[in-house]
Design a protein around this ligand. Sequence first.
Ligand code: TXA
Ligand code: MG
Length: 320
Amino acid sequence: MSDQLIGTDLQRAKALLDQDGLVAVPTETVYGLAGNGLHPKAVAKIFAAKNRPAFDPMILHTNSLDKIAPLLQRIPSKARKLAEAFWPGPMSLLFGKTDQVPDLVTAGSPKVAVRIPNHPMTLSLLESIDYPLAAPSANPFGYISPTTAAHVVDQLGDKIPYILDGGDCTVGVESTILDVTTNQVVVLRKGGVPIEAIEAVVGKVLVRDHSSSNPTAPGMLKSHYAPRIPLKVRNLKDLPISIDPKRTGILAFRESVPGIDSAHQFVLSEQGDLTEAGRRLFAFLRQLDQLPIDIIYAEWVPEQDLGRAINDKLRRAGAR
Ligand code: TXA
Ligand code: MG
């Protein structure tokens, strides 16, 4: 058996997971740090590797709703409709949990988040095991989520034995999290499935905007996804005249800013395509965070479809 850190060996991944080890896995949203979601020992290793506080619950990943159903209290009809419409895909649903789901996974909550990710490699892995995978994003707690295997190596390479390389994430922002335990569907995190698409299936949803003062979904802490370099979201046509153009980074939606070092500028989508912007967002933030600059100025994207999730990430990246 090879002992390389990165690869595409599903048998090796399975062997590690079967022994309560950790494996980083690709999904269409971001890379996850996976372990056996029914074994507290494996789940505890995930918390430790990420330096994640125990109050922050994890999503269980499966390849089939039928397979995970015995771990859930019930599957409401709206949940079934959403699952049919968007799974596999960038959406997580909250269900009442049974005792078989360790309290550590849900941070003591009676509800558990579940998702079927849309990535062929991870779906094959999930098919080969009879337990769900607990998998938060594979980044140290509070930092930018990884959208390539190399991002995982950079930050957790010394803490995990194996990273499945499934290429660049095609969606690039995390799953939309929905509480479907009552008749009124509630959005807990904006993400890869736009609210417009969800409402087309189940009608009007309630968006519960989280902040650090409301830790119901601690992943929604105000200063999540933060680069180390301070980030401000601004109208880029109206930057302060006091800025040093050599020490400033730009994260623009469609056009770069004249007068600022071009090596310090990243344009999310010249065509104004929100899907492309979402796919590039975290990689660009990471690149900006490695530059010799003092500040990053980013601009809002249109507040629609995937743009809502992108703006949400920018807001949190800028909050500190
Ligand atoms: O796209 C995604 O969802 C990625 C990939 C790997 O699947 N996963 C991900 O996991 O973003 P994580 O742990 O970084 O963020 C999951 C968020 C957490 O902020 C957590 O608070 C919330 O989901 N969450 C999980 N279980 C929950 C629960 N039972 N109740 C409320 N919020 C929950
Ligand atoms: Mg995360």
